[in-house]
Ligand binder design. Sequence first.
Ligand code: 0A1
Ligand code: ZN
Length: 887
Amino acid sequence: METPREIFLKDYKLPDYYFHTVNLKFSLGEDKTIICSEITVFPREEGTASPLVLDGQDLKLLSIKVNGEELKGEDFHLDSRHLTVLSPPRSNKFTLEIVTEIYPQNNTSLEGLYKSSGNFCTQCEAEGFRKITFYQDRPDIMAIYTCRIEADKTLYPVLLSNGNLIEKGDLEGGRHYAIWEDPFKKPCYLFALVAGQLESRDDTFITRSGRKVSLRIWTPVQDLPKTVHAMYSLKAAMKWDEDVFGLEYDLDLFNIVAVPDFNMGAMENKSLNIFNSKLVLASPETATDADYAAILGVIGHEYFHNWTGNRVTCRDWFQLSLKEGLTVFRDQEFSSDMGSRTVKRIADVSKLRTYQFPQDAGPMSHPVRPHSYIKMDNFYTVTVYEKGAEVVRMYKTLLGSHGFRKGMDLYFKRHDGQAVTCEDFFAAMCDANGANLSNFLLWYSQAGTPLFKVTSSYDAESKAYSLKFSQEVPPTPGQPVKEPMFIPVALGLLNSKGKDIPLSSVYHEGMLQSIEKNGEPVYTTVLQVKKKEEEFVFSDISERPIPSLLRGYSAPVRLESDLTDSDLFFLLAHDSDEFNRWEAGQVLARKLMLSLVADYQQNKSLVLNPKFVHGIKSILCDLSLDKEFIAKAITLPGEGEIMDMMEVADPDAVHAVRSFIRKQLASELKAELLSTVQNNRSSESYVFNHPNMARRALKNVALAYLASLEDTEFTELALHEYKSATNLTEQFAALAAIAQNPGKTREEVLGDFYSKWQDDFLVVNKWFALQAMSDIPGNVENVGKLLKHPAFDMRNPNKVYSLIGGFCGSPVNFHAKDGSGYKFMGEIVVQLDKINPRVASRMVSAFSRWRRYDQTRQSLAKAQLEMIMSTNGLSENVFEIASKSLA
Ligand code: 0A1
Ligand code: ZN
């Protein structure tokens, strides 16, 4: 294999040629599909003598014409990745016609044009269009497309592409055609085509300027009843974008298609979003509250891309976070407005800590805007998406809601119809507000999670309260030395009664700055920390306050403060910032877990601090609190989060300690947990709204605690909940509660669940995942058996993510000391890579932090990575992750 080539941001060059219109004709067939592409090309500089280099992969070239004339062999060059027209005409415009042949029925990579459950569909982001036809496959080539699709009418009655349907009709031989025209220019990654047997749920949306938009959600006919929630979500998203950002939909038709085989969650193709079925289909009996919430968020996300991504797109793939960070931020805000803001923030911050922090501290660490990549597919990461969203959130924290909106308005005004960079977004934000955000751009270029330390002191005599901040950004691959970052610190100060102290002024660098706004007191202010070390002194503080720092998690940093345990318990009980109440509990839990891990490692007996039990009890019993907030606040940090904080990660110790605390809490709070279950049962049919979801969440967490006791009474209780459940949220939670403990009941209930749901592949995937993630010792064997289960199929990404991805989510089994988990995964990666490199590279990432473990585990994991690297014909996707992990 040739060593894959690395591509660098610094090498970006403007294209020599632009495309104006693209006319595509697809003739879809069972053995082969023929694509004719007619492109009008114009040079960036008239008279250029540059060759025109087109990307193309796995294509059979049938013919190529320039201005109607067939090119001869000496006029072009063809290799496995490119088609080069050696001397294009030196005119200011010419046409290029290319005919290619492809075999979608054999395409298991699920990129380009492929078949899913008998239907044709496409996935072109990031670089899939080059698997359809030869093209300049880069986002700064934006053109107007028409697309004619021709196919057998019985097999493929529905023919869809981007934009508006302008013509359709029948052809000879039982075939038919449709012609679609998209009036908006777009990069090819937004091209889409779907052909198949589908039915639609139809609805309409009237935009605020009075335009009527037809909305259609397409699925196989039997799934249509499960699209009610998706349609609700779409309409809610359309309304929200108008209300919050003043953004209207711009065409008369919006299509969503659900397909069962899809590498990612969903794709924002212009007016023809294609979704993984998992993120469209839902009914109370077959989807959980988490699924409903994910559907709302992702339908919103893809819809919001219409402006942030499609109308304004990325100049190159390094700028991916320009559209993704911004769109994740927008979907987070949408979900917050539709449910509970605090709970959504907690969920988003937990995700960042659980997945992004470890990535940023490992060999795959990269900035929000990466400097280089081998395979762009590998950079659809939690860093680009979630940390990218935190970066956008910081603009809003710094500029305020109104200032942020002004920045967004200017961004669209300046860049509608363009392919731009992260600097363009930054400039719009600054210019719209006359703001100087100095070194803020470092958030795009410096990788690593800053370590942010805070110490405080109080002087009663001068009534001055000082906060000293210091920051350090750890070295990451290719970036040994870092500059200090611009950290917005939202903070409040609590008095001894737990109330916010009005903040009037603060000394900073010898200047007294007023905090009050229009004479009104301010309780939360945002400090701008920009240096390695910086001090702020608040005046007029009449007693020693307790600081509530980084309210709402105002910057993606690791905070270390000098708050004592009693300060943290105080914040847990009183902070007016609910996010920080949760955070205080988490800091306490992390400290407690780490100290018990140390005890466990020294063979000391484990004892749970009664103050912690009391803290949890008071949250659990506080009727004034939101129930989902309680559910989150009584949930311990995950095992990964604790391992991430250790010098040498010890999965067995962390697992033992987390289980110990859970059991201990369950046994000491038995009565309270039991009444929580009893008082929060469903009395009515399923409703997707915050109060109902919150109630179910709390009940389910309480049930899981009780079932962890392995006591017959609570196993019976869980069985009762399982049998009496009227929705999947409660039924599945009861199943999971039972499945924590090995034994006959577990096996019986798992068997019962499968027989009930065997015909619903999405529910069966949950059943796979639940077993795969199990901490039961030696689970690798069970997962091995499930690989052979008739419902499992290695070609379907969802099934792989459930069973194989699920297995990696169990630290005790994946990191089993005998290496069985690593060996299992190593073999799977090699097998999977031949089917779908993109899915395989997601799986191989499980190995990337192997250096965090002890010597024995290190050498076992390393051996598997080396075995993978030595495999013949390894994909670039897996090569990139495996080689960087070993570097
Ligand atoms: N732009 C999509 C993410 C996406 C990227 C690549 C894909 O290829 C299989 C699919 C989807 C989003 O952010 O939703
Ligand atoms: Zn996106």
